[in-house]
Design a binder for this molecule. Structure first.
Ligand code: PGA
Length: 234
């Protein structure tokens, strides 16, 4: 299974900046054993999709709604993402859970609908610092995974909330332990589990060396083409 390196740009990059980055990325060296995916904001998906038409780099969206269409002002449906050539969609990113207050039950609806539309859901799970300190990590992860259909091909991103955008990454050992625990919970070996949370050019190779870690979800460091291509080649 190819390792997946995903760039989550969050609410960053205009269309022009997206075009610059992707044009540069297409010219960069990408090892054969890696799959690269970019997750631009919705407004840049169309431009990104055109640029990636004949490329091996995959496109993903950062979110979607749990209905196909209707009176849901401001929301984006999976079929719109499919039309734009998206292969992946992030579901339940911690910023959506904690800042936008998305609920587990809605996240699970999104997950199922993504599968229905043949989008590959990248389900994000992870505990807060408080939950880790009070020994609730596994309970939290279990509730985030409960009831999801662990079909072949889906991706789970383990992203401890305390590590996201903080510069305080989990160690490769901590991430590996969590990945094998997640594999046990979903009782599936054939799905990719990637790590996210303060991944940088300095620490990426530590994670990629681990057998349990099938790739990386990179936020801050993915905004800079030099840093991102360094991570891809680490
Ligand atoms: P970070 O973000 O790399 O900036 O910590 C990761 C993510 O939120 O996916």
């Amino acid at each position: 299974m190819a390792k997946l390196i995903a760039a989550n740009w969050k609410m960053n990059k205009t269309v022009d900046e997206t075009v610059d980055f992707i044009s540069g990325l297409k010219k960069s060296k990408i090892p054969k054993e890696m799959e690269i995916a970019v997750f631009p904001p919705f407004t840049s998906l169309h431009a990104a999709s055109k640029l990636l038409e004949k490329s091996k780099i995959s496109l993903g969206a950062q979110n979607m709604y749990f209905e196909e269409k209707g009176a849901f002002t401001g929301e984006i449906s999976p079929l719109m993402l499919k039309e734009l050539g998206c292969r992946y969609v992030l579901i339940g990113h911690s910023e959506r859970r904690h800042i936008i207050a998305e609920k587990n039950k809605d996240i699970k609806k999104k997950f199922s609908l993504a599968l229905k539309w043949e989008l590959i859901p990248v389900l994000c799970v992870g505990e807060t610092k408080k939950e880790r300190k009070s020994g609730k990590t596994m309970e939290v992860i279990e509730s985030q995974l409960k009831g999801i259909q662990a079909s072949k091909g889906i991706v789970i991103a383990y992203e401890p909330v305390w590590a996201i955008g903080t510069g305080e990454n989990a160690t490769a050992k901590q991430a590996s332990e969590m990945h094998s625990a997640i594999r046990r919970i979903i009782s599936r070996n054939s799905i990719r589990i990637i790590y996210g949370g303060s991944v940088s050019p300095e620490n990426s190779s530590n994670f990629l060396r681990e057998k349990e870690i099938d790739g990386l979800l990179v936020g801050g460091a993915s905004l800079d083409l030099k840093k991102f291509t360094y991570i891809i080649n680490s």
